[in-house]
Design a protein around this ligand. Sequence first.
Ligand code: ZN
Length: 401
Amino acid sequence: MSSFDGMWADLAPVGRNPETGGYRRYAWTGADATLREWFAGEAGRRGLDLTTDRAGNLWAWTADPDAAGPGLVMGSHLDSVPDGGAFDGPLGVVSAFAALDVLRDSGGTLRRPVGVACFADEEGARFGIACAGSRLLTGVLDADRARGLTDEDGTTLAEAMTRAGVDPGALGRDDETLRRIGTFVELHVEQGRALVDVPGDRGAVGVAEAIWPHGRWRLDLRGRADHAGTTRLADREDPMLALAAAIREARAAADRHRALATVGKLRIRPNGVNAIPSEVTAWLDARGPAEDDVRAVVAEVGAAADTVPAEESWTPSTAFEPALRNRLAALLAGPDGRPAPVLPTGAGHDAGILAAAGIPTAMLFVRNPTGVSHSPAEHAEPADCRAGVAALARVVEELAC
Ligand SMILES: [Zn+2]
C-alpha cells in the first residue's frame, strides 16, 4: 500500500455520515479533533516539527523556518461542508505528506524548509465564514467578530475553540507564522469540469489561474406567524413568498449577469406544516468572473424580496502570481511539451486568502470526472490522485531542492 493509500484509508471513516456516505467534519468538533490528531500523527511519523498558529491552523515543518526560511508550504484543509465529499480538502493534505515521502524515497535533499499546512474551518459550515483559519491568520477576519460567531446551537466560536483546547484569546493576525511562508502551493480536487475535456494524461492535473470574486449574504425576511387553516389569504404576511421571489430572481439575475447564485441554506420559524412562518432567513451565495456582475445579482435578489441583503463575507477576485503559475504550468508539461492546463475557479480557497495577503501562491487541481463537489459523489480517479502527488513532488523539487 502506498503512503497515499494508507493515509486515505485512515481518514475514510472520520466524520462519515452512514446515511448519505458524505462527511460532516465541522470545525472544532469531535471529528475535527480526530482529524487534527491524525495530522499530528503523520507529522510525527515523518519527524516533522508541529506548530499551531494563533488561529489554530496546524503546520508541520521539515526544518526550522525561522532559522532557515521562509519555506515552501503545501497543504489544504480537512473540514467539510454538510455531507461533503472525501476529496475537497483532504486530497491536498494527504498529497502533501505523500509528496514528501516521494522525495525522501528518491533521496532528494531539501535546501529550504518545507511545511505541510492544515487550515482550520475552511468551509465555514459551522460558523458561517469560509476560510476562517486563513482569514484570521492574515488578519482580514477581525478576531472579536470571529470569537462572537455562533453555530446553530448558539455555541460561539470562542467556546468551541476553548473546548477543543485552542485559546481563542490568541486570535489575531499572526505575522510570525506569515513570515515563515515563502511560497504556498495548495493541491485541490477540481470542482468543475474543465479538466475532463482535456484529452489524455495532460488533463490529470491543472494549474489555477484565478479565483472568482465571491461572497455570502443573509436575507432576513419577516412576516407574521398565523394559522394555516383560519387566516384568510388577504390577511397573511407570509415571508415564504418573498423567499420564493428571491430564489427565482437569484437564478434569473445570475443568468443575465453571467454569474452564479445559489440559495442553499434556510432557517424557517416556527417551521411547522400548518403555520404561516413568522421569519425566514435565507443565505445567498453569489460569484462570477466580474465583481460588478456579482454585486448586481445580489442587489437584484434583494430587490425581488424587498430587503437589503446583509453581507456576511466577501472575497474580491484573486489572481495567482503569474510568474509562479506559468513556471508550474511549464514544469508540469505533458510528454508533448505543452504546459499543464491553466484554469479559473469559482470556489474560494485558503490559497486565495494567502495570495491576497501578498504571499506567492499557486494551486494545482486534480481532475474530477463528473465535476461534482460538496457532495458524496465527489471523486478523483486513483491514477489522477497519483499524478497529483507526483506533480506536487516535482513542485517541491523545483522550489525547495
Ligand atoms: Zn476545499
